[in-house]
Design a protein around this ligand. Sequence first.
Ligand code: FAQ
Length: 318
Amino acid sequence: MSSEQQTSLQEKQFMHKIKAEEKIEPKDWMPEKYRKNLIRQISQHAHSEVIGMQPEGNFLTRAPSLRRKAILLSKIQDEAGHGLYLYSAAETLGISRDEMIEALQSGRAKYASIFNYPALTWADMGAIGWLVDGAAIVNQVSLQRTSYGPYARGMIRICKEESFHQRQGYDIMLTLVNGSPEQKAMAQDSLNRFYWPALMMFGPHDSESAHSAKSMEWKIKRETNDDLRQKFIDQTASQIEFLGLEHPDKELKWNEERGHYDSGEIDWDEFHNVIAGNGHCNRQRLEHHIKAHEEGAWVREALVAYNAKKQAKQTEAA
Ligand code: FAQ
């Protein structure tokens, strides 16, 4: 059999597995473009979790009570853990952690646009948990069925934790709307600033999405950007109503025929501007990441030295 025939047979077997809903595992044959696309998506997902710790991290010293501080701290630590599961999943595809970090820090790899918006008030901790984690869950629930085994399994655990994050955010909002008029106004202001950027987390419209068609065929993505965004719009409408806040989208209207809400258009210029690196906080987020990474170099070096010493001792004993 020629090498071309061999590849075509492998491709057929690969597609057969995808169609049969079998997971693709690290040692299985896979098309090079499938591998590269997964590395792109999983590593950007990991970067988002890690960069996403920054806006909330800023509020650890400003939490209004010890209880709120402990909850926020534990939520932020979860996000670090999510980053680690995801980097590990990407590593099974043959890329190193160093290469991924280099791509992030040089600006070649993206991370979720939402984290380039500033967190200005305590209410933003509520809006981030409720809306940002809420949008992340809608997307990640669907990714639990993604075709790549290590990514799908990581998503199952991540979703459980994100669900707690979403509730703690909503709980902060509930407390604020039931507080003083100033607290309620703070919650409204935060909703107004985070609602549209949260919708942008789902990516461009399907018609503009470069990767969607192939990712849907390979079942890397199980639902399209617009379908997931619609789910989020639908579920958020009643949550906003329950809080007694005004909906930031003045064009939002229930469409009986579609069984969904119709909504106003996203400011796509803003979205493209932010992902091109020109958002409020893009520079600050990357500079902070680089600084923290450099300051942590001694920990990585100490670990390598410790492992080398342990290995040498074991060899000597053997
Ligand atoms: N921001 O062709 P598509 C979280 C880029 S986790 C920045 O539609 P795709 C937890 C896209 O990368 C949040 N860039 O792309 C948390 C591509 O550029 P490229 C992260 C965006 O991949 C909460 C280009 O535009 N979740 O929040 C964005 O098929 C609180 C064309 O777009 C995930 O990453 C965006 N919003 O669909 C942590 C989930 N949208 O790579 C802390 C996994 C698009 O060619 C605190 N990822 N782009 O240079 C996905 O599901 C997909 O990658 C999408 C984008 C849906 C994000």
